[in-house]
Design a protein. Structure first.
Length: 303
């Protein structure tokens, strides 16, 4: 397993004093009547580990709309994902050597008491995500995967009769996650993660530590050093998606105040949302949450 766990939709963390300063951002200027907000999420962190989460949640409830990677209440999600996750013309036994197949079968039986006799038609990328989540959950001592904060933001929006807007349709997300990388390459990624799982856990722990500290500069460095995906694959998973979202976001924040929550990796770098919004003329400032109010702090991440 490796830092690719950051995009798990199943699959982008805070606890240190200044964490919010780098993960929560205010978007203003460039003709906006009301400010919007941008928050970097980690799909596997329990809300109770997030410093000031109640204040962040309250802030999201004050916006006119919550914008996420996908509207998680879309009725088409389950059927669309289930169809995209399954292989039609091959099986894992055909994609792997007998030795590698036996290794994957053993790992899944050990982690979730289900072997490849039941999972052999599942695409390797989904198996990789499942393995990553299970290993991380085990490392953290959780009995189950925590409820994602993106789910909580959307539930809160609905409870407050606010709009929920997805930047991608279920079809788009399913295609990105399971169809853009060839099955043979997916199988290679799965085997690499299983064979180097301890190293992967150490990498995830290091990335998580940087996230919890709000150290976006370190997050970007670690992401750049991660070679689990090729540059072309990273572009498909991150850069191209950011570019597509940036075609939607200016219109959304012009029309209403939005609380935008996406995986934190989508915030960093020259293709990240922070840099792209600034290029369009918006002021994007990090915010620090305190006991009863939010105030600006000096930017520590200026990409």
């Amino acid at each position: 397993m490796n830092k690719r766990v950051s995009f798990v939709a199943v699959i982008v963390w805070m606890v240190a004093g200044c964490a919010n300063a780098q993960l929560l951002w205010k978007i203003s200027g460039n003709g906006l009547v009301k400010p919007s907000y941008l928050f970097g999420t980690h799909h596997l962190i329990d809300k109770d580990r997030i410093k000031g989460f109640d204040q962040i949640l309250a802030l999201s409830g004050k916006a006119d709309a919550v914008v996420g990677e996908m509207d998680l209440n879309n009725p088409d999600i389950k059927a669309t994902m289930e169809e995209a996750e399954m292989m039609q013309d091959t099986t894992l036994k055909e994609l792997l050597t007998p030795q590698d197949y036996a290794m994957v079968d053993y790992e899944f039986k050990n982690l979730m008491q289900v072997g490849l006799s039941q999972l052999g038609n599942v695409k390797p990328m989904l198996l990789d995500m499942m393995f990553s989540v299970m290993m991380y959950t085990k490392m953290m001592g959780f009995s189950k995967q925590p409820e994602g904060v993106d789910v909580i933001f959307q539930k809160n929006a609905e409870a407050n009769h606010k709009k929920v807007i997805g930047l991608e349709t279920p079809e788009q997300e399913a295609n990105i996650l399971f169809n853009t990388i060839p099955l043979e390459r997916q199988a290679d990624i799965l085997m690499n993660d299983i064979k180097h799982s301890q190293q992967g856990l150490e990498q995830v722990n290091e990335l998580t530590t940087a996230y919890l500290a709000g150290n976006m500069v370190r997050v970007e460095t670690l992401n750049d050093e991660d070679d689990s995906l090729t540059p072309a694959e990273k572009q498909l998973m991150f850069d191209d998606r950011n570019a597509a979202w940036m075609k939607e976001l200016p219109g959304l924040i012009k029309k209403q105040s939005c609380f935008i929550d996406v995986g934190f990796i989508h915030l960093i770098g020259k293709s990240g949302l922070i840099h792209q919004l600034r290029k369009l003329g918006y002021t994007v400032e990090p915010l620090l949450l305190q006991e009863k109010y939010i105030h600006k702090v000096a930017p520590g991440y200026n990409n």
